[in-house]
Design a protein. Sequence first.
Length: 327
Amino acid sequence: MFPTFRFLPPRLTRLPCQTRGLARVTGHIHGSDVVPVELSYTSFVPENGNATEGPLVILHGLFGSKRNWGSICKALHRDMPDRPIYALDLRNHGTSPHVKPHTYDAMARDVEKFIEEKGLKDVALLGHSMGGKTAMAYALSTKERNVPPGTLSKLIVVDIAPSIGSLSPEFKKYTEAMQKIEDLPAGVIKTRTDADHRLRAYEEDMSVRQFLLTNLHLPSHSRTAKHDGSPEKAKFIVPLSILSHSIGDLGSFPYQYNAEDNTVPVTWDGPTLALKGTMSAYINRKNIPALNAFFPNVRLEELDTGHWVHAEKPTEFRKLVVDFLNQ
């Protein structure tokens, strides 16, 4: 996995689920009923044993995982030793189940299941990019799903807005490139360097390629054949077939903002912190009205970064988060 995020340059801002434009109709986008799954997670529990009161729950972005947040979680644990911290793998990422559909409604249901089964109270929910949209979807669904009062207390959204539009075209290009690597005969891809060489035809930025390759599982040197005797192939740990068919869903959002009269079907009125990278366009003048409408108690802060706010300015990011949670 990526050893740390702090070396990611601002140019990687165009990778995770960028959307363009805003819908002009209002209402909730109802999908088919989904069955929530049990999410994999990493926890940091205070010495006093408190695992349920006032936790910080962290949701990663597209192609990310809980392990990408390991260093930040450890630092936040030092900053807030009495607050439990949970970093989750969203569905179809990390070691969580691979299952359809890959929608924000489904991911929000998974988070709801996790919070409920762990008995968490007074939760602060933090999400980056795809995880940020998931966090917003969960917050906005708490009323209609009768989530007990006091379950969610604070919301932190990192460089994403509740907008609806087309997913950045690079997403499709990357999934196609990764699928082509998986389709290669066994023995062709033996190292990450081999895979990186194949990705160069689709992406010139090495940092983007490195990020994508954090999801690559290479054949074991000690076991080169599967149980049926066929040789192992390099494979990505994320289900590319599911994600490639979820392009429209990842560009969407469960609730629609009416730009003509600045109205929304539901709001979440709790304290909300939105963190924007000044060199990123994910939060912009066109979608800030939607952010304010859905979350009337939002405070927008900016850091001199690209999309990876928490990675490019980790110390400043942590200070904003800790100060917000301690208010």
